[in-house]
Design a protein around this ligand. Structure first.
Ligand code: HEM
Length: 366
């Protein structure tokens, strides 16, 4: 009896110590009162959280890999081989990192298209969209830079193809290519650069944009879909954030972690053969799946379209398309009211069908 009271009062003492200094009871009250509109129960509103979870998995598994990984031309492949064969559970951590990277990009794409069709980018959430778009670009950049780090044959030649395409960008292309490669060709200098991007520059930028993204969401709450807004106040049901919504989010995270564990254990990530700059490119070199639709379209373009070289035309097309997508809130606002929702839907459906067709073609044809 004596012991239980002493433990409670100890917990009470700790709580009041923190509360006195950081007003945690205010946060607890806020969390207790925080409610979530019922429409948020639909699966679409969980993908932002899933992307967040997988980013945390990337950070933790990435730090563990950093304990053994060596980012130099003569040691990179060997260190990954050592991780996969000699380090206890090294193969699993590497497999988790690789699978989670792909699941994270997939979650970000699903999240982006779901907030797009739910028009969650409209005023006052324009900046949430713009910071989100920056997170998409950084998620793909993480993939592109991370792909080269094992310094295996596939990644070496895929990076060559990828940076070649960057080199096609008008005016700044050559400079960008040299910046990425650390010279004219893909060499050890490229590996050190990609390593620096992957473990320092991109994580720093990502955390800044993520912080802003989540801050804006906390400040503004989640956008109410059109049909919810039309409901009379009495029919606008909410659920408590704690414990209802939080437990649902946790349950979904648990399912995602299980899917990740099954993929990582039963489909461990391959290493392949060490890159050899003097070897010829093997058959079927292709980039990661989330770049495949761009890669495949560029392959179909003729040598010249009017007076423009085909690859340059393709790069310009993706540049303009990407820019228009990034500024959706800007042109959506200026679309005549009567057409706004229709245009958003048509454009969104077109973009998804385009990406799916060229990605599937990319898998079939390469
Ligand atoms: C790793 C990347 C990302 C993370 C971790 C993330 C996280 C989140 C979270 C947790 C939410 C609130 C709940 C939800 O709707 O899921 C959210 C909302 C939102 N996100 Fe993201 N997001 C990411 C990328 C993106 C991208 C790529 C875009 C668009 C280009 C985007 C645009 C938005 C918008 C507009 C909202 C507000 C939605 C609303 O109020 O209905 N996010 N994000």
């Amino acid at each position: 009896m004596e012991n239980k009271n002493e433990k409670k009062s100890l917990r009470g003492k700790i709580y009041s110590w923190f509360d006195e200094r950081y007003n945690i009871s205010g946060i607890m009250d806020f969390a207790k009162k925080k409610s979530v509109p019922k429409f948020r129960e639909t699966i679409w509103y969980y993908f932002g959280g899933i992307a967040l979870l997988l980013f945390v998995v990337q950070v933790v598994s990435g730090i563990l890999l950093l304990m053994y990984y060596k980012g130099t031309e003569d040691l990179a492949f060997e260190s990954v081989h050592f991780i996969s064969t000699k380090v206890s559970f090294g193969w699993l951590i590497r497999s988790v990192h690789s699978w989670s990277a792909n699941l994270m990009v997939l979650a970000v794409f699903i999240h982006m298209f779901s907030v797009y069709f739910l028009k969650g980018f409209r005023k006052p959430r324009e900046l949430t969209w713009y910071t989100g778009f920056a997170l998409l670009v950084l998620s793909m950049a993480f993939g592109f830079s991370g792909y080269l780090l094992p310094w295996n044959e596939l990644a070496f030649f895929a990076t060559k193809v990828g940076t070649d395409i960057v080199g096609e960008v008008p005016i700044i292309g050559e400079g960008l290519l040299r910046l990425l490669r650390g010279g004219d060709d893909v060499t050890g200098a490229t590996l050190s650069r990609f390593f620096g991007f992957h473990v320092a520059i991109f994580p720093g930028l990502f955390v800044i944009f993520l912080f802003l993204h989540l801050l804006f969401i906390q400040r503004q709450g989640i956008a109410e879909p059109d049909d919810w807004q039309k409901l009379p106040e009495s029919e606008k049901k909410t659920i408590p954030f704690f414990p209802n919504f939080a437990y649902r989010e946790l349950l979904i995270w648990l399912i995602v972690i299980n899917i990740l564990a099954i993929l990582a254990v039963f489909f461990p990530w391959e290493l392949g053969t060490k890159a050899d700059a003097f070897a010829s490119a093997p058959e079927g070199i292709k980039p990661e799946w989330y770049f495949l639709f761009m890669f495949q379209l560029l392959k179909y373009l003729p040598a010249h379209i009017l007076f423009i070289p085909g690859e340059l035309f393709g790069v310009l097309l993706f540049g303009v398309g990407g820019l228009l997508w990034a500024v959706v809130p800007f042109w959506d606002k200026r679309t005549p009211e009567g057409f706004r929702n229709k245009i958003i839907t048509y454009v969104g459906v077109f973009v998804i069908i385009f990406i799916l067709i060229f990605t599937i073609l990319g898998f079939i044809m390469n």
